[in-house]
Design a protein around this ligand. Structure first.
Ligand code: ADP
Ligand code: MG
Length: 344
C-alpha cells in the first residue's frame, strides 16, 4: 500500500528472503506447513528461520531475530510468550515491537460466513497502538508496598498512529473511525490521545470521526458489533478489544494481525496465542497463521500469490467447511492443510 514508504529490501533472483520466527507452542508446526506449502506451490519466498529455545528466557535469540528482520524487512512470526512474573525477565514480544518501532498493529476482524458464531457479518478494523502506552514496561516499587506503573504517551507517536489510521481508512474505503479511550479518567494520557485523533481527523473530511469510552465500547461490541467500522485505540485496550471480537466471531484461530514500522512488517496471529495445551497434537486451527502468511505476501507485493492463498482459505472454511475443533468441527490441522494444497 502507498502508506508503506520503504519496501523490504532482501530480494535476490526474484525471491524475497523473510524472517521466520516460529516461536513456541503451535508456532513451529504451523510454520512447517507454511514452508512446505510455499515450496510446493512456487511462492517465491526464502525463509530465514530463527528458532527460540522454549527453556530460555533471555533476549539472545530475539536479538538475532531483530537483526534478521532489519536485514530482510519482513517477518512471519509465531508467539514468543514470556510467562515469568519476575520483573527482571522482560517480554520478548514487546522487546521485538519496541526495538523495531513497530508502532501500529492492524486487525481486520471479518466474520467467516461458514463458521457458526455469536455474531454474523462482523467487519471491524482495529488500529492499535503497538509501542508505548500501557506496555511501556515502566513499573517500579517506589517503597515497599507502593507500586507505580507508567503509561507513556507522546504527541508525535499519537499523531503518526492517528495519521496511519486515517490513511488506512482512505486506502481501504472505510467511512468512519471511532477512537476508543478512557479520557474521562486518564485525562492527561488518554486525553492527549483523543485530542490528537480529533486534530488529525480535521485533515480527513471524508472520514467521519467519533469516540467512545472503552467500557461502553465493550458493551456495544457485545450487543451490536455491526455499528463499528474502524477502531483506533491504545495498546492495552486494543489487545482486549481484539480478543473480545475474536470471542464474538470464533476468531482466535482465524484472525491475523499485522505490525508495521516505517520500514518493517511483522505478521502474526491476531490474538497472539501460543496454544501450549494443543501443541504437537495436530489440533491447532492453522487459518490465522495462514492468513498472516497471506498478509505478508500482500505486503511484499506478491498479490497474486496472496489472493490464491486467501481464496483457498475462503473455500476450505466457507464452502468445504473443513473445520478444526475450536470452530466446532473435528478436522485436524493436517486435514485443513491438505484442502488448502488442493485448492492452491
Ligand atoms: P496459553 O497462553 O495458555 O498457551 P493461548 O492464549 O495460547 O493459551 O490460547 C488460549 C486458548 O485458545 C487455548 O485453549 C488454546 O488451545 C486455544 N487456541 C489458541 N490458538 C488456537 C488455534 N490456532 N487453534 C485452536 N485453538 C487455539
Ligand atoms: Mg496466551
Amino acid at each position: 500500500d502507498d502508506f508503506f514508504r520503504s519496501l523490504p529490501r532482501a530480494k535476490y533472483g526474484g525471491r524475497h528472503t523473510v524472517t521466520l520466527l516460529p516461536g513456541l507452542g503451535i508456532g513451529p508446526e504451523l510454520s512447517q506447513f507454511v514452508k512446505q506449502l510455499f515450496r510446493v506451490k512456487g511462492v517465491p519466498i526464502i525463509f530465514e528461520e530463527i528458532t527460540i529455545n522454549p527453556a530460555a528466557e533471555g533476549l539472545e535469540e530475539m536479538d538475532n531475530a531483530i537483526t534478521s528482520i532489519r536485514r530482510n524487512g519482513a517477518c512471519l512470526k509465531g508467539n514468543v510468550e514470556t510467562r515469568s512474573l519476575n520483573p527482571a525477565v522482560v517480554s520478548r514480544n514487546v522487546t521485538l515491537r519496541n526495538t523495531l518501532d513497530l508502532f501500529v498493529s492492524i486487525y481486520h476482524c471479518l466474520s467467516y460466513p461458514g463458521v457458526v458464531a455469536r455474531h454474523k457479518d462482523v467487519n471491524v478494523v482495529i488500529v492499535r497502538q503497538n509501542t508505548d502506552g500501557e506496555y511501556a514496561m515502566k513499573e517500579h516499587e517506589a517503597i515497599p508496598g507502593v507500586v507505580e506503573c507508567l503509561k507513556v504517551m507522546t504527541r508525535p507517536h499519537a499523531e503518526r498512529l492517528a495519521t496511519f489510521a486515517f490513511e488506512y481508512a482512505i486506502a481501504r474505503r472505510r467511512k468512519r473511525i471511532t477512537t476508543v479511550h478512557k479520557a474521562n479518567i486518564m485525562k492527561v494520557s488518554d486525553g492527549m490521545f483523543l485530542e490528537v485523533a480529533r486534530e488529525v481527523s480535521k485533515q480527513y473530511p471524508d472520514i467521519k470521526h467519533d469516540d467512545m469510552i472503552i467500557d461502553n465500547c465493550c458493551m456495544q461490541l457485545v450487543s451490536n458489533p455491526h455499528q463499528f467500522d474502524v477502531i483506533l485505540t491504545t495498546n492495552l485496550y486494543g489487545s482486549i478489544i481484539v480478543n473480545l471480537i475474536a470471542g464474538l466471531i470464533q476468531g482466535q484461530g482465524l484472525l491475523s494481525g499485522q505490525n508495521y514500522s516505517n520500514q518493517y512488517g511483522v505478521f502474526e496471529t491476531a490474538t497472539r496465542n501460543t496454544g501450549t495445551d494443543i501443541a504437537g497434537k495436530d489440533l491447532a486451527n492453522p487459518i490465522a497463521f495462514l492468513s498472516a502468511s497471506a498478509d505478508m505476501l500482500y505486503y511484499l507485493k506478491l498479490q497474486e500469490h496472496a489472493n490464491r492463498l486467501r481464496k483457498a482459505i475462503h473455500h476450505v472454511i466457507n464452502v468445504d467447511k473443513i473445520h478444526t475443533r475450536d470452530i466446532g468441527g473435528n478436522a485436524l490441522s493436517s486435514d485443513v492443510f491438505a484442502k488448502i494444497y488442493e485448492h492452491m
